[in-house]
Design a protein around this ligand. Structure first.
Ligand code: SF4
Length: 354
């Protein structure tokens, strides 16, 4: 097969249509790494601001390695998938400790860093050093599945192997960085998940899915993600001009971020029932007179494997009870110094003028 044709067409198209993005103006592996991690689960439009702020504060690997986890999470606040930020920090510290602060140059060394998988390692070494490693992200899977009408599920072991081989065959070994960026950009801008306008595609004449009128069939997946519901009740407790927060620990979502005192129930629970629970009684037993209002009920917040239903209660207490002393007491005016998940930020925004 004439694989050269695909790469040439992709690169010609890319030169004309590519978006001008700040990380594309750099061959610094650190810059490319940060951008790739931000973009893993985030749209470019949203990620751009985060990228600019992150790079302004942490312009190189040493600046990142010497930051505190709290500060890095603050710069990540609202982006979701916070393990990405913690992994960035750990990897930056590894680079300083084991590589003398110089970003590693080989695929295997880059791949060995925390939070860097096959795709990200290939992206970094091909974009920064022009090493011949093909990238396979969701966009590339979609383009390849359609171009070659490949029906092997992309989330199966066999599918991963087949697509990796195909991506390797198509790769322009002379200009792997350019080739990889071109095929990713085609997936992002042209071969979009729903109803791509194939008449504008540089590969329309070679596209087997298009020829068969089956573009919407590809890519094929075998698994549907199962999500589980969780029921969160946040207590925004105010005593004088202070409020209470805690850092999330343990192996659960949002590790390292801050939250308001939280009670989780197994099923939907209204406030009358919540007040009867041991957790609620334990938290606020000796706080004097309380004024309680239900501010938001059953806000739906969808994560990759969980759907959260969150309610927020504003509780003004007369004095601090003994169990509240287990939480961090901070002035209300200092909330912005802590990193909170987007769900709680939504509550703060909704009540900012109340
Ligand atoms: S012709 Fe359509 S389906 Fe095929 S690669 Fe191009 S945009 Fe994707």
């Amino acid at each position: 097969m004439d694989y050269d044709f695909y790469s040439k067409s992709l690169v010609n198209w890319y030169k004309e249509h590519r978006r001008d993005l700040p990380w594309r103006r750099s061959s610094d592996p650190y810059i490319i790494w940060i951008s790739e991690i931000i973009l893993q689960q985030t749209r470019v439009a949203q990620g751009l601001d985060y990228f600019n702020r992150f790079i302004a504060r942490f312009p190189d690997v040493r600046a990142l390695a010497t930051a505190s986890e709290d500060e890095v999470l603050r710069y990540w606040q609202g982006l979701g998938y916070y393990s990405r930020a913690r992994n960035l920090l750990e990897a930056a510290r590894t680079i300083c400790r084991d590589f003398g602060g110089i970003f590693p140059r080989t695929y295997n060394e880059v791949r060995s860093l925390k939070g860097i998988g096959d795709y990200t390692a290939a992206a970094i070494v091909s974009f920064a050093y022009d090493l011949p490693y093909p990238v396979l992200d969701g966009n590339v899977y979609r383009v390849l599945a359609r171009l070659f009408a490949l029906s092997t599920p992309i989330d199966s072991t066999r599918g991963k192997k087949e697509f990796a081989e195909l991506a390797g065959l198509l790769l322009d070994k002379e200009h792997p960085g350019l080739h990889n960026q071109a095929i990713m950009e085609l997936g992002a801008l042209q071969c979009v998940p729903r109803q791509p306008d194939c008449s504008l595609c540089p590969l329309m004449d070679r596209c087997m899915a298009y020829a068969a009128g089956e573009v919407s069939v590809y890519p094929v997946k075998q698994q549907k993600l199962k999500t589980r519901p969780r029921y969160f009740h946040y207590l925004h407790i105010v005593c004088g001009n202070d409020t209470y927060i805690q850092r999330r620990e343990g192996k659960d979502i949002w590790q390292g971020l801050y939250q308001l005192p939280l009670i989780e129930t197994d099923a939907p629970t209204d406030f009358a029932k919540l007040q009867q629970t041991d957790a609620f009684r334990r938290l606020l037993p000796d706080c004097g007179r309380m004024e309680i209002s239900v501010v938001l009920r059953d806000i739906k917040h969808v994560l990759s494997h969980q759907t959260l239903y969150a309610s927020f209660y504003y509780i003004k207490v007369e004095r601090e009870g003994k169990f509240l002393s287990e939480y961090l007491r901070i002035p209300l005016s200092c909330l912005e110094n802590y990193a909170f998940p987007r769900l709680i930020l939504r509550y703060f925004q909704a009540t900012a003028n109340c």
